[in-house]
Structures are given as structure tokens and as C-alpha cells.
Ligand binder design. Structure first.
Ligand SMILES: Cc1cc2nc3c(=O)[nH]c(=O)nc-3n(C[C@H](O)[C@H](O)[C@H](O)COP(=O)(O)OP(=O)(O)OC[C@H]3O[C@@H](n4cnc5c(N)ncnc54)[C@H](O)[C@@H]3O)c2cc1C
Length: 322
């Protein structure tokens, strides 16, 4: 792991879990594996240096004497006491923590903070299209308080459903639209659209996940542009897969463009000066207390605009991962 003695581990005090994300990402980026070993405490872990208030709070929540043996000395004992089903669940899938098996880790997307812009009725700017859940953006600001995806999916889902039903009742069935003529075919050797999708997934994992840099964004956009110059072959994968991959490519372009525009760190967006750096730039208030809106402009070009959010007049909720 990357926890070197004397390393200036970065990150704002409010979001210390990013230190682990960055460390894991840096290792996997180099092609190495990161695993959790539940058989012993991490080397160098000095529990005496941990904030006693944190221990007390945790012991209180779980009603377990976590600072006493065996919990103090064994991550597996702690895990079994707190979440025994997870140990059984992993064993059923071939990872036996009790036998000393290691649990491999990798960064993954838990929630997309942005999304389709909606109004208070969950309506998008496309008439008749409503969005709710994770696909709808702008409800959480730069970060999502733990558990708030429920608000996305249930509260906004109810609103979206109600709005869509009201609109449907008030509308006449639309006449079918003529199909738009297909775009001019790209040139060059066709590439299997499944390969296109894998390439986009990989480039987004590398350029737009934990570590974002100007160089990574530039290279990612260039890779996307290169893919777009070749015809995408959907003979095996089918038209639906092709259409979805076109949308994925568009979203990837939008995300990379937004990542490159916000030259600070905020919430889960961590922006670094170089690919080698392990310390994200700090957040830059008041310049970047803004959110970004992307749309298609003249001749299909992406237009990006920074807007000021409505300032809440209630206390801001602290982020808790979840
Ligand atoms: C590991 C992990 C842990 C999480 N933990 C928490 C947590 O503790 N608390 C919390 O609040 N949130 C958590 N989240 C986030 C939360 O689970 C999601 O934000 C939420 O489930 C999103 O719900 P959704 O209905 O918007 O989207 P989804 O659940 O993604 O539903 C979209 C559905 O659309 C379907 N679909 C896609 N394309 C098509 C198509 N073309 N035609 C028809 N159907 C289609 C998909 O199959 C899917 O069923 C977690 C997420 C992850 C990944």
C-alpha cells in the first residue's frame, strides 16, 4: 500500500476516506492488486493514536467493547461481531476470511453525482421526458449525504410519475415522427461496438474516476474522438447495444469535459496537478461554488456553463459515506 512514512496525505479533513481511494487507485493504476487482510491489524496501526471520541462513538453505536480483546486485535473478530452475514456471504463465494483468504479491492462508482437537469416536477428540457433517481442531477450539490439515493428514487420518482401521468392525461397521442436520415458514415476499419464500449469503460475508469488531471482529460477526449472516426460494427451486438453505446460515448464526453473544467477538488471530484501527484488540489471558494451545465450548442458542439447554485438557508448536512 501507499502509506509511506512522512507522506503528506492530502485531502480535506472532512473527507478523509479519499486517502484510501487515492491509495487504492494509484496501486491498481500500476497494475498491482490491493487486498484487505482480516487476519491482523494493518502494520503500523496504533490504536492509541486514534481519537478516543471516535472509538467511544463506535462502541456506543454497536454496543461492543471494540477497544478490548479480541476485537481490538483482530479485524476479523470486529467484522464478525458487526456484520457476520458478510463473512458467510463471502465464504459461499469462495473467499474464506476465517481461513486467511484476502479480499481484493478496487475502486467502483457508487453514485453519479451529476445527471439530467430537471425542474421541481422532475421534467427535463425535452418535452414529455421526466427523470428521477440516479439519472437526475442537481439534487445533492457536490456531494451526496449517505442514504440519499432513496430520496432520488422514491421522492423524485413519485413526483416524476405524477407529472408524467398528468401530462399524458392532458395530451393527445402524437403522430409518429419520420426517421431522421442516418449520419454520414465514418471511414476506416470498422470496430466491433462491444470493443468500443470496453474501451470507453476503461478510459473513463482511468481518466474520470478517482484521479482527474488536465492531461488525463485531454487524452481521454482524444481517445473518444479517435473512436468516433471509425465505423462501429453492430452486426453481433445489435442496434439497441449500438444506440446505448452512442449515449455512453456522449455521456463520457460530457463527464470528461466537466472534469477538465473544474480545476479544483470538491466532493468526490478530485483534481490533481499531474498524474504522478497524490495530493488533490484543494477546493476553491468562492470561485468554484458553482455547478456546471452542459448542452448541445450550434453545430452540435458541447457548450458548458457554470451557474451559481441557490444558497440553502438551512444547515448544510455533513457527508457520511453510504
Ligand atoms: C455498491 C453500492 C452501494 C450503495 N449504497 C447505497 C446506500 O447505502 N445508500 C443509498 O442511498 N444509495 C446507495 N447506493 C446508490 C443507490 O443504490 C443508487 O443510486 C440507486 O439504486 C439508483 O436507483 P435508480 O432506480 O435511479 O437506478 P437503478 O437502480 O440503476 O435502476 C435503473 C434500472 O433501469 C434498467 N435499465 C437500464 N437500461 C434500460 C433499458 N434500456 N431498458 C429498460 N431498463 C433499463 C436497469 O437494469 C435498472 O434496473 C449504492 C450504490 C452502489 C453501487
Amino acid at each position: 500500500m501507499l502509506f509511506r512514512k512522512g507522506a503528506s496525505w492530502p485531502v480535506s479533513r472532512e473527507e478523509p476516506s479519499h486517502v484510501i481511494d487515492i491509495a487504492v487507485f494509484c496501486e491498481t493504476e500500476k497494475g498491482r492488486k490491493v487486498s484487505m487482510d482480516f487476519s491482523r491489524n494493518p502494520a503500523g496501526l496504533d490504536l492509541a493514536r486514534m481519537d478516543p471520541a471516535l472509538w467511544a462513538k463506535y462502541a456506543n453505536i454497536k454496543a461492543l467493547p471494540l477497544t478490548a480483546p479480541p476485537y481490538r486485535d483482530s479485524p476479523l473478530a470486529r467484522l464478525k461481531a458487526i456484520n457476520a452475514p458478510s463473512v458467510r456471504w463471502l465464504k459461499d463465494r469462495g473467499i474464506d476470511l476465517e481461513a486467511g483468504d484476502l479480499l481484493e479491492l478496487a475502486p467502483a462508482c457508487q453514485h453519479f453525482q451529476g445527471g439530467v437537469k430537471i425542474d421541481e416536477r422532475a421534467a427535463t428540457t425535452v418535452p414529455g421526458l421526466f427523470a428521477a433517481g440516479e439519472v437526475a442531477g442537481g439534487q445533492h450539490g457536490a456531494n451526496r449525504p449517505g442514504g440519499n439515493a432513496l430520496m432520488d428514487s422514491q421522492v423524485m420518482g413519485k413526483l416524476a410519475g405524477g407529472s408524467a401521468a398528468a401530462m399524458a392525461k392532458a395530451s393527445k397521442p402524437a403522430a409518429p415522427r419520420p426517421r431522421r436520415p442516418a449520419k454520414a458514415a465514418a471511414r476506416g476499419t470498422p470496430i466491433d461496438v462491444r470493443e468500443v464500449r470496453r474501451t470507453i469503460q476503461h478510459l473513463m475508469s482511468m481518466r474520470a474516476s478517482i484521479k482527474r488531471t488536465a492531461q488525463g482529460v485531454k487524452e481521454g477526449l482524444a481517445e473518444l474522438a479517435a473512436l468516433a472516426t471509425r465505423p462501429w460494427d453492430a452486426a453481433e451486438a445489435g442496434e439497441a447495444f449500438l444506440a446505448e453505446t452512442r449515449s455512453i460515448a456522449l455521456v463520457a464526453e460530457m463527464v470528461l469535459t466537466a472534469c477538465g473544467t473544474r480545476t479544483e477538488s470538491r466532493g468526490p471530484h478530485l483534481y490533481f496537478d499531474s498524474p504522478e501527484s497524490t495530493t488533490p488540489r484543494p477546493r476553491q471558494d468562492p470561485d468554484w461554488r458553482k455547478y456546471l451545465v452542459l448542452r448541445r450548442g450550434p453545430r452540435g458542439k458541447l457548450v458548458i456553463e457554470a451557474r451559481k447554485p441557490v444558497e440553502p438557508d438551512w444547515p448544510v448536512v455533513q457527508q457520511i459515506d453510504g
